[in-house]
Design a protein around this ligand. Sequence first.
Ligand SMILES: C[S@@+](CC[C@H](N)C(=O)[O-])C[C@H]1O[C@@H](n2cnc3c(N)ncnc32)[C@H](O)[C@@H]1O
Length: 108
Amino acid sequence: MALYRQMVANLPLETKQDPYSNYLDNSCGDGNFLVALLEDLSPFHDPYWVMNHMIYGVDLMPDNVETARARLGLTPDQPGWFHVVCADALEYGYEFPCPFPGWTESSG
Ligand SMILES: C[S@@+](CC[C@H](N)C(=O)[O-])C[C@H]1O[C@@H](n2cnc3c(N)ncnc32)[C@H](O)[C@@H]1O
């Protein structure tokens, strides 16, 4: 994890401070980069906001998606669950559909 922490530590401060910044790892594996982002961004924002509104992941392998969601603390009742999806990122056809009525990116 040290390398991932080092990578995200070097992101621009103004990007980290913006609550509407989005981060995507389109081959996220079991979530190393996403977990490092959650750790790094949490001093700037509520961790619940970070994991549900700021970070996104895609991976071909269902077991990796399951592990990444678990490491991020995501459960199916949270929008962030639907932001880590199993898909072929090279197809560019994936979406991050949130099934909760009335929910928008800015509604919390
Ligand atoms: C070496 S791992 C990297 C995982 C993560 N980014 C990390 O640094 O820890 C590569 C991952 O890419 C995924 N992958 C490979 N091709 C992909 C594709 N076309 N779409 C989505 N995921 C893909 C694999 O399933 C694997 O989990």
